[in-house]
Design a protein around this ligand. Structure first.
Ligand code: ATP
Ligand code: MG
Length: 556
């Protein structure tokens, strides 16, 4: 479907409506506001694609704003990784990189403005007492004994809070709105609290920090954000968001909520992902099983695959659970176009070709990727000893289960047809090697043999074969919604989410490809793979990105 024919999602409808009405002179400015307290995950990728996608579609811009108003959980390490991941995804914020902490003075001034209007007060109650007096949705809250302090008293106390004259928890600044509001967020929400933790950017300059609700919207207004897109949990914060805009008289950014992306068989909250990292249940934020962008990059997911996924899941107004298989589908679609085809045998069975000259070596040409006419070719060696997959030979294959069998034929992909003439077994009765004959006139591309084997199998020449370590990843959890189960979500981790195979044999071209910086591969009939970052030219480690849906070995 072309871009123009697509039905607009509800956010695009709002934006187009605003453009039609010349709201803000038709200007579109969105923002992506990560809190630098963890690495980005696929949910963030969705938000990035949405915000940058909108501004690109409507000729606008997108700010990157670090929402760094909580000095306790934030680390500089995360800031660099976040920027790197956004760039990798393919988006550019130009020079529009901002920090909410840069606005601390302006936000402080907004608070003073509200105090002067009699719309904010310093409260001595503890956060627990404040919560207890808040009432319930049907019962109005009880006013704090400090609610009616004079403007002068409030200005003095707030200034003293800033100067560090009080201990943490001793005082807070609250908005004076409506203790009977059916919306609990409007019942005199806390605007500022005291925290003596140094901030990664402002150091010890501040010991009072604005709460999310008194920082996020204010930062939006300061930057002139036209459409402030956030997830559904913030829907009932919107009246407060607007109350601050109206009462301080700042730029009227508009908050729009959409359903956060949830994926099955995984957890997405940074707090939970941090637990997995800290407790060494995964190897790090970039463990290929993690739903982080880092992890997915290392796993071999492509930026285009993730962007296509973000588009295909659409924008919902109601929370839902998206299938992991949809993500895999998008990744597979991209990899099919770009991955170099190679042969790797994961469970090798030695095959001796009796009628092929012992000391002969042939180099056969194979296409890198038949889906891409410009991808070129590479060479694979062929000789009298090769490896095939153990499972591709069977003494007695069940009906319609085409395998090489004694007396049977198989085509070696891109090479010759062989016939199995003898089988050797080890002392446990397991097949240990095969003796075959080949048909010289059956060479791929110039086959005149007239033979019609029912199966084509992959193989690797033995003398040039490379030892390859394969890391096979599976979903990290055994249940669809690990955080909705009884007990701890970590009890539902999949014990087989990583299986390592150090026995695989790969064609020699893989080493050249590694040195040439080729990354993505389809191991024929197996899966898509990527070189792990720990690979060296002497020790190739490959991560299984995603399995193949169909294989060419099925008979026509
Ligand atoms: P988490 O709950 O996973 O810790 P967060 O919302 O606290 O995430 P932020 O750094 O505050 O993380 O998020 C930055 C932006 O990404 C916000 O605009 C947020 O709405 C958006 N976002 C976070 N998670 C998702 C998700 N699962 N789907 C869509 N957008 C998300
Ligand atoms: Mg957050």
């Amino acid at each position: 479907m072309s871009e123009e024919n697509k039905v607009l999602n509800f956010i695009e409808e709002i934006v187009e409506d605003d453009i039609r009405n010349n709201r803000h002179g038709g200007r579109i400015l969105t923002r992506f506001p990560p809190e630098p307290n963890g690495y980005l995950h696929i949910g963030h990728a969705k938000s990035i694609c949405l915000n940058f996608g909108l501004s690109m579609k409507y000729g606008g811009k997108t700010n990157l704003r670090f929402d760094d108003t909580n000095p306790v959980t934030e680390e500089v390490e995360y800031i660099e990784s976040i920027k790197d991941d956004i760039k990798w995804l393919g988006f550019d914020w130009g020079n529009r990189e901002f920090f909410a902490s840069d606005y601390f003075q302006q936000i402080f001034n907004f608070a003073v403005n509200l105090i002067k209007q009699g719309k904010a007060y310093v409260d001595d109650l503890s956060s627990e007492e404040i919560a207890n007096l808040k009432g319930s949705p049907t019962i109005a809250g009880t006013p704090s004994p400090h609610r009616d302090r004079t403007v002068e008293e409030n200005l003095t106390l707030f200034e003293e809070m800033r100067q560090g004259k009080f201990k943490e928890g001793e005082k807070v600044l609250r908005a004076k709105i409506d203790l009977a509001s059916p919306n609990m967020h409007m019942r005199d929400p806390i605007m500022y609290r005291i925290l003596f933790t140094p901030h990664h950017r402002t150091g010890k300059e501040w010991c009072i920090y604005p709460m999310y609700d008194f920082a996020h919207g204010q930062s939006d207004s300061i930057e002139g954000i036209t459409h402030s897109i956030c997830t559904l949990e913030f829907e009932n914060h919107r009246p407060l968001y607007n109350w601050y805009i109206d009462n301080i008289g700042i730029f009227p950014s508009r908050q729009i909520e959409f359903a956060r992306l949830n994926l099955n068989y995984t957890v997405m909250s940074k707090r939970k992902l941090l637990q997995l990292v800290k407790e060494n249940l995964v190897s790090g934020w970039d463990d290929p099983r993690m739903p982080t962008i880092r992890g997915m990059r290392r796993r071999g997911y492509t930026a285009l695959g993730l962007r296509n996924f973000a588009t295909s899941v659409g924008i919902a107004k109601r929370n839902n659970l998206i299938e992991l298989s949809l993500l895999e589908h998008s990744v597979r679609e991209d990899l099919n176009k770009i991955a170099t085809r190679v042969m790797v045998v994961s469970d090798p069975l030695r095959v001796e070709i009796l009628n092929y000259p012992k000391d002969k070596l042939e180099w056969l040409q194979v296409e890198n990727n038949s889906e891409d006419p410009n991808s070129g070719k590479h060479e694979i060696p062929f000789s009298a000893t090769i490896f095939i997959e153990q499972e591709d030979y069977m003494d007695n294959p069940p009906p319609k289960f085409f395998r090489l069998t004694k007396g049977g034929l198989a085509r070696l992909k891109s090479a010759y047809i062989i016939e199995c003439v003898d089988v050797e077994y080890d002392e446990l009765g397991k097949v240990s090697s095969l003796k075959c004959n080949y048909f010289p006139e059956s060479k791929s591309g110039s086959d005149t043999s007239g033979l019609k084997p029912k199966t084509t199998i992959h193989w690797v020449e033995s003398n040039h074969a490379l030892d390859i370590s394969l890391r096979l990843y599976d979903r990290l959890f055994t249940v669809e919604e690990p955080d909705k189960q009884e007990g701890d979500f970590k009890e539902y981790m999949n014990p087989n989410s990583l299986v390592i195979n150090n026995n695989a044999k790969g064609e020699p071209y893989l080493k050249t490809a590694f040195l040439d910086n080729v990354k993505h591969f389809q191991f024929l009939r197996k899966a898509y793979y990527v070189f792990d970052q720990d690979s060296t030219s002497d020790k190739l480690i490959c991560n299984r990105t995603v399995e193949l849906k169909d294989t060419f070995s099925k008979p026509k």
